[in-house]
Design a protein around this ligand. Structure first.
Ligand code: F6P
Length: 547
């Protein structure tokens, strides 16, 4: 394939960019009264207002041409059909199979994977039912009250995010805990709150070789045995979620208590698999099914809808427009509901680990930008923290404002305030405030000419700052399933345009390798050669921990 920058559609987009880059969205709205309803899309439980972007019909047409020239349609089909699109690991990418509600086979190397998917799902359902009803008890015959998920990255963030987002649907008896950091204090903090006789540990690791997770799991096991004394009790309190049976066995977890998934599920795309066991236990099997159903609806939409009406395609292409033409290096996720507080973190891993790549699929260095820096926070708090830079700083950072339409479950008067802020922020980002408007406003308020001259520039907002508003009809398992799948597919679209492999993560390996070497030095076992800074730091550490 030709490099992106050599594609005709890309060159046309570049010329178009030169023509439209200075057009203000205020004028686009003035010229087209129907823009707000025309650049609006609805699918399932999600609505998207993409009207406050620096685009017009021509931009969209050219972006769709780009998608076609990159064979997006064919590549979507290849993913859904199980082709080995993760070329550096020779793996299929089939998180969509995990939520497939259709009655058709999905094959890898001619083998239908759906029976295995259903079998593990049933095992998860039986297990979570047993915990709920009390058919599964701890070793002293007490019901389980606390579940500790030990995992990191994709084996942590998805379950953590969904359990928090849907805590209003959670089982009242169960307290969920998530341990990812190996700092010791996180695990200790959880162990201080739970009791060995009523706690279930889920050791969640795709590879079952991740140092942080295994260290935490061994420490939790030791803590448990200090109380339970007999190893036979481990079976009632430790389960594993992994693709690696051998390592699970070696850790001492009975394979009966292992929930399997497969190498064609990427870690950051795995919450739909057995990695979602914590979610299923907490929310119950019906809600987990709704989560899968929501994702499936988005899959169907992504697969079938024409690009003009395709939510992930639109979000992906509009993102490309900013990254590759406006040099926007970051993208913000701002959910306006505190139960979605882990969503920015989750999408950060999903996007940055997927599209943080610098070589194309053929190994050649890209000559264009790829995945943006994803960051964000709960919107209303962020407004009082970093939004200043978004309104008046020098960087252009597109933002997704995400909110629930329904005020169900909120307190009287609160939801209107929340939503008024969502809409107002998007309006302010788009319109800004001109110098003339500021001067007039100040003059009406009685400011002197001198004061206006000095202060007005500080009160000007350039505006023309892009945002998408994503509205969920309400926050429930189905809408959250659709929302997550929306971002998964948006990221896929961008990976296709950039011609990168969105499904490997070699970039995390080097640090892991070096940490192993340095560990032997901090433990005083070996010495290795390093740069003078690293050597110095190792010495300082040893000195600080002489006793
Ligand atoms: O180090 C990054 C990473 O490989 C992620 O891709 C993955 O989600 C995480 O580590 C955890 O890996 P595992 O599930 O194998 O423990």
């Amino acid at each position: 394939m030709k490099s992106l920058t050599h594609l005709n559609s890309y060159k046309e987009l570049h010329n178009h960019f030169l023509n439209v880059k200075d057009i203000h969205m205020r004028d686009l709205f003035k010229e087209d009264q129907g823009r707000g309803t025309r650049y609006f899309l609805e699918t399932g439980d999600l609505k998207l207002d993409y009207s406050k972007n620096r685009i017009n019909d021509e931009t969209l047409k050219l972006l769709f041409n780009l998608a076609n020239e990159c064979s997006l349609k064919e590549k979507i089909t290849a993913m859904f059909k199980g082709e080995k699109i993760n070329t550096t690991e020779n793996r299929a990418v089939l998180h969509t199979a995990l939520r497939n509600q259709g009655n058709y086979p999905i094959k890898i190397d001619d083998m239908d994977i759906m029976p295995n998917v259903r079998e593990v799902l049933t095992k998860m359902q039986n297990f979570s039912d047993a915990l709920k009803t009390g058919a599964w008890l701890g070793y002293t015959n007490q019901v389980i009250t606390d579940v500790v998920n030990i995992g990191i990255g994709g084996s942590d963030l998805g379950a953590l995010m969904v359990c928090e987002a849907l805590k209003n649907f959670g089982h009242p008896r169960l307290r969920m805990h998530f341990v990812s950091n190996v700092d010791g204090t996180q695990l200790q903090g959880v162990l201080n709150q739970v009791h060995p006789e009523t706690t279930l540990f889920i050791v969640a690791s795709k590879t079952f070789s991740t140092q942080e997770t295994l260290t935490n799991a061994f420490t939790a096991r030791k803590w448990f045995l200090e109380h339970a004394l007999d190893e036979k009790h481990i079976a009632k309190h430790f389960v594993a979620v992994s693709t690696n049976k051998e390592a699970v066995k070696e850790f001492g977890i009975d394979l009966e208590n292992m929930f399997e998934f497969w190498n064609w599920v990427g870690g950051r795309y795995s919450l739909w698999s057995a990695i979602g066991l914590a979610i299923m236990i907490y929310l119950g099997k019906e809600n987990f099914s709704s989560l899968l159903e929501g994702a499936y609806l988005m899959d169907e939409h992504f697969y079938n809808a024409p690009f003009e009406k395709n939510m992930p395609v639109l979000l992906g292409l509009i993102g490309v427009w900013y990254i590759n033409f406006f040099d926007a290096g970051s993208h913000i996720i701002a959910p306006y509901d505190s139960v979605l507080k882990y969503l920015p973190k989750f999408i950060q891993q999903l996007d940055m680990e997927s599209n943080g790549k610098q070589v194309r699929k053929d190994g050649k260095r890209v000559d264009y930008d790829t995945g943006p820096i994803i960051w964000g926070d709960v919107g209303i708090n962020a407004q009082h923290a970093f939004f200043q830079l978004l309104h008046q700083g020098t960087h252009l950072s597109p933002i997704d404002l995400i909110a629930s339409l329904s005020r169900k479950g909120s307190l009287p008067g609160h939801h209107e305030i929340l939503l008024s802020n969502v809409f107002a922020q998007a309006e302010a980002f788009m319109r800004g405030k001109t110098l003339e408007e500021v001067q007039k406003e100040m003059s009406n308020k009685g400011f002197s000419e001198d004061q206006i001259h000095k202060l007005a520039p500080h009160r000007v907002f350039s505006g023309n700052r892009p945002s998408n508003i994503i509205l969920l009809n309400e926050i429930n398992p189905k809408s959250i399933g659709s929302l997550v799948a929306l971002y998964e597919h948006k990221i896929f679209v961008q990976g296709v345009v950039w011609d990168i492999n969105s499904f490997d993560q070699w970039g995390v390996e080097l640090g892991k390798e070096l940490a192993k070497t340095i560990l032997t030095e901090l433990q005083g076992k070996e010495n290795h050669d390093h740069d003078s800074s690293t050597k110095h730091l190792i010495q300082i550490y040893k000195k600080a921990n002489l006793n």
